[in-house]
Ligand binder design. Structure first.
Ligand code: Z5A
Length: 212
């Protein structure tokens, strides 16, 4: 029987999702799980990567409406789920995704104020009962996350939003993780070694519970 899983990493910018992806992959490798693919959202197919550019770049002569932003992100997600994630899972691969639909609820719902009902309708229409086996939510204070993101490069269109936007986004993340037993919360304000140790420990426990 296949025991491969779909694992999602969530959190604000600078939470350390890229680092967490590698940490989870290494933890799986240690358990002799080697058939793993890493994807990111929006992105990871040629079309979804084009949409990613539309989402992240600033346009002087035009501005995405919040509804357009939501629909573009969902379009990229559907492309990735149908073309890559579902076929990979069917073929026994493990999939680690940097973000999934909880990001839409947090950013476009919490941050931009689109009604939860609308986002849930999109989810029900296109993802149906396709849900991650596990979500690792990296909880970082918006100020700390943005400071880390700033150190790395110039800020993109979304990263330029106000601190209040990210506070509202985090609030929705926290609300949702309290409702879902398949979400693990990690304190991402701590130093990177401690964060990695905590991720490794929680993933190992989870695998053990699943008899993997
Ligand atoms: N978006 C959306 O709005 N709605 C959706 O449904 C989806 C996405 C799916 C994707 O851009 C954008 O799309 C994102 C949300 C939106 N926009 N924003 N803003 P992205 O992929 O470029 O942005 P991101 O997902 O937020 O990635 P990120 O900024 O690269 O964050 P990260 O992957 O979590 O961080 P990192 O690259 O691992 O770490 C950032 C830096 O911090 C790096 O130098 C690390 O070495 C450092 N770091 C990481 N952890 C630590 C700790 N613990 N201590 C100290 N330093 C650390």
């Amino acid at each position: 029987m296949k025991n491969n899983k779909f694992i999602v990493i969530e959190g604000l910018e600078g939470a350390g999702k890229t680092n967490a992806s590698m940490c989870i992959k290494n933890t799986l490798n240690q358990k002799n799980i080697k058939n793993i693919i890493l994807v990111r959202q929006p992105g990871s197919t040629p079309i979804a990567e084009k949409i990613r550019k539309l989402i992240k770049n600033k346009f002087d002569s035009d501005e995405l409406t919040k509804e357009t932003e939501l629909l573009l992100i969902y379009a990229a997600r559907i492309q990735l789920v149908k073309k890559i994630i579902k076929p990979a899972l069917k073929n026994g691969m493990w999939v680690i995704s940097d973000r999934h639909d909880l990001s839409s609820l947090a950013y476009q719902g919490g941050g931009l104020g689109i009604k939860k009902k609308i986002i849930s309708q999109l989810k029900n229409l296109f993802l149906k009962d396709f849900v991650p086996d596990l979500t690792v939510y990296l909880d970082v204070a918006p100020k700390i996350g943005l400071k880390r993101a700033l150190k790395r490069n110039t800020l993109d269109r979304i990263e330029c939003r106000s601190l209040n936007f990210f506070k509202k986004t985090r609030k929705i993340y926290l609300k949702n993780i309290s409702l879902d037993k398949k979400i693990i919360k990690i304190n991402a304000n701590l130093n990177i070694d401690t964060v990695n140790k905590n991720i490794e420990k929680k993933i190992s426990n989870w695998l053990q519970k699943k008899n993997i």
